[in-house]
Design a protein around this ligand. Sequence first.
Ligand code: ATP
Length: 135
Amino acid sequence: AERTLVLIKPDGVQRGLVGEILRRIERKGLRLARLELRTVDDATARAHYAEHEGKGFFPSLLEFITSGPLVAAVVEGDRAIPAFRQLAGGTDPVDKATPGSIRGDFGLITQFNLVHGSDSPESAAREIALWFPES
Ligand code: ATP
């Protein structure tokens, strides 16, 4: 089965949406292979978002991701990568995510869009190795 790296970002944890988001993942038929609450350091956040280094929102994104506990998970199942991105909705919670998606239902501001999911098999492999190096 395919695997994807999912984060419930600090805004999702702080707003008490962990159960709601995990419920949607499970109801879709995807499985939780790894699940952990943790607070990340600057180096991990930088490595995770390396593709955005140099962009205007990068410093603020790093500050946000390291601001408090987040949930890191490995989610698996048939077409897990696109399936989770469908659940999440587009990056901008208003202009791109549709109602019924996690971001469409609960998000308002692009930076605070609640979840992350790997966007390709290559990203998933890289991100799972970064977040769960023992797996
Ligand atoms: P993620 O990688 O978290 O799943 P994504 O693939 O939908 O999100 P990216 O374009 O990779 O979106 O951006 C990574 C993250 O950076 C976004 O999820 C969001 O939190 C933040 N971000 C993206 N664009 C902006 C922006 N213009 N202003 C502020 N934050 C942004």
